[in-house]
Design a binder for this molecule. Structure first.
Ligand SMILES: *Cc1c(COP(=O)(O)O)cnc(C)c1O
Length: 248
């Protein structure tokens, strides 16, 4: 009999897709307004490939070098798959070159200096890039992201670079005892989007709301998420604590 070590990945994916469907229905939203991004940190390429084989083509990594390695490992395993990669973790300016080798979007842009350095490299490469602005809606010192009250200024700064298109906003909701604890964070991200859209800034059209993870996706969907980022619910528990990826 054929060995199917990654069968759990496709089963888990079915469960997640059903959760997404049920939550969009409850919220009176169209399922087509919502996409799934798989957070692949610590997950090895063969398990990621199982998810890609099950139809998931939007992937995100926190650490740039890990993402770059995984993107090429996937290509080696199967040169026919072309997933889109997003950077969803803190981006240091000295990793920009590596990020641009594989990433289609950087969701974690949270400061002007990063905009400047991205623009510089993109000018050199003669191309443009989709970015999202990461907003620290939970106001925890331990998380990256621009404070909500500074997001509009950062959006204005982004619009001065022709190489950058702001396609959305990203946040990590408050991680509390209950998923409900994240609701205020998600609501705030939506309000930040309204404020930015109302300004009609050139090159800044943040329709995407990247918010919601394994534990709080339903709340995020109710609050208007267009992109949820899911790891554990698909790949199982991670071997490292999240503090390895997020500042603690
Ligand atoms: C790990 C991670 C996720 C996914 O978290 P899970 O709880 O495993 O679903 C989403 N977003 C970011 C930025 C992450 O680092």
């Amino acid at each position: 009999m054929e060995n199917q070590p990654n069968r759990d990945v496709s089963t888990n994916l079915m469960v997640v897709r059903e959760r997404m469907r049920a939550a969009t229905m409850r919220a009176g939203r169209e399922p087509s307004e919502l996409r799934l991004l798989l957070a692949t940190k610590t997950v090895d390429a063969s398990r990621v490939l199982a998810a890609v084989g099950a139809g998931e083509l939007l992937l995100g990594e926190n650490k740039v070098l890990e993402g770059e390695g995984k993107a090429s490992a996937l290509r080696e395993l199967d040169s026919t798959v072309r997933p889109n990669w997003h950077v969803i973790g803190h981006l240091q300016t000295n990793k920009i070159k590596n990020a641009l080798r594989y990433a289609d979007c950087i969701q974690s842009v949270d400061r002007t200096r990063l905009l400047e350095q991205l623009d510089k490299r993109l000018q050199f490469e003669g191309r443009s890039l989709d970015i999202m602005l990461q907003v620290n809606t939970s106001r925890e010192d331990s998380k990256y992201g621009v404070p909500p009250e500074d997001a509009l200024a950062l959006a204005r700064a982004a619009s001065s670079f022709d190489t950058l298109r702001v396609t959305g906003l990203m946040t990590i909701g408050l991680l509390g005892a209950s998923p409900e604890d994240a609701r205020q964070s998600f609501r705030e991200l939506r309000e930040v989007r309204e404020r930015i859209l109302a300004e009609g800034i050139e090159g800044v059209e943040p329709y995407e709301l990247s918010m919601g993870m394994s534990g709080d996706m339903e709340v995020a969907i109710e609050e208007g998420a267009t992109l949820i980022r899911v790891g554990t619910a698909v790949f199982g528990a991670r071997p490292y604590p999240d503090s390895y990826y997020w500042p603690s």
